[in-house]
Design a protein around this ligand. Structure first.
Ligand code: SF4
Ligand code: FES
Length: 218
């Protein structure tokens, strides 16, 4: 397997040409926070918490390390002041909608405020971990997204969930970074088929919001 050489946080690294920046960094003992990544699943790139700053030649840019491939000669900063500011904005946005679980843990690490943005509690950041795990690993497809844009949300499909979920015992629960999934499932299991468990999504969060909010961070 071909190797490429790059620098991450000042450390010279040799990585498989097929690796992402996140994999290369972790293999080198450099931790980057993530909310929508799981090694068992295809890269997704939705939460942007894994953003890093890369420089190639004279060009510098911000990329999501979980989807960006390694390149020869790349210089990567995982904790530059700009990156820390971006992560803080992301966490403050997420705190307004989903202030529990992994979001809460990371918010403490980054010392972010819970009241920077107006609260709109949804307890789902649309990370897709539950949906993707059920589909890619379990091949059950008991969960899915419905709706588009601000209407997008995660649902259990009762006809499938009724058959698949009891045998699985909620493996998706522990993946949920906000902790909402087990609650919604537990509420719904006794009357599965009558009630469609629905996880309401974050409404503040989409690509345009991210770009608008981070554009002026230098
Ligand atoms: S329910 Fe949890 S795991 Fe599923 S998309 Fe929402 S935050 Fe992610
Ligand atoms: S972990 Fe990379 S975008 Fe979510």
């Amino acid at each position: 397997m071909k190797k490429v050489s790059l620098t991450i946080d000042g450390k010279e690294i040799s990585a498989s040409e097929h690796a992402t920046l996140l994999q290369a960094a972790r293999d080198a003992g450099i931790q980057i926070p993530t909310l929508c990544h799981d090694d068992r699943l295809a890269p997704y790139g939705s939460c942007r918490l894994c953003s890093v700053e890369i420089t190639s030649g004279k060009k510098a840019k911000i990329v999501a390390s979980c989807v960006y491939p390694v390149e020869n000669g790349l210089v990567v900063e995982t904790m530059s002041p700009r990156i820390v500011k971006i992560r803080r904005v992301i966490l403050e946005l997420l705190q307004a909608s989903s202030p529990k679980g992994r979001v809460e843990e990371l918010s403490k690490v980054y010392g972010t405020s819970t009241d920077k943005f107006e609260k709109e509690l949804t307890f789902c950041i649309l990370c897709g971990l539950c949906v993707r795990y059920c589909s890619e690993v379990k091949k059950a497809h008991a969960l899915g997204f419905i709706g588009r844009g601000i209407e997008k949300q995660v649902v259990f499909f009762p006809e499938i969930a009724l058959k698949s979920c009891p045998g699985c015992e909620g493996e998706c629960f522990s993946l949920c970074p906000t902790g909402i999934l087990p609650n919604k499932f537990a509420q719904s299991v006794p009357s599965f088929g009558k009630v469609q468990p629905t996880v309401f999504p974050v409404r503040l969060w989409d690509e345009d919001n991210f770009l608008n909010l981070t554009r002026n961070i230098t």
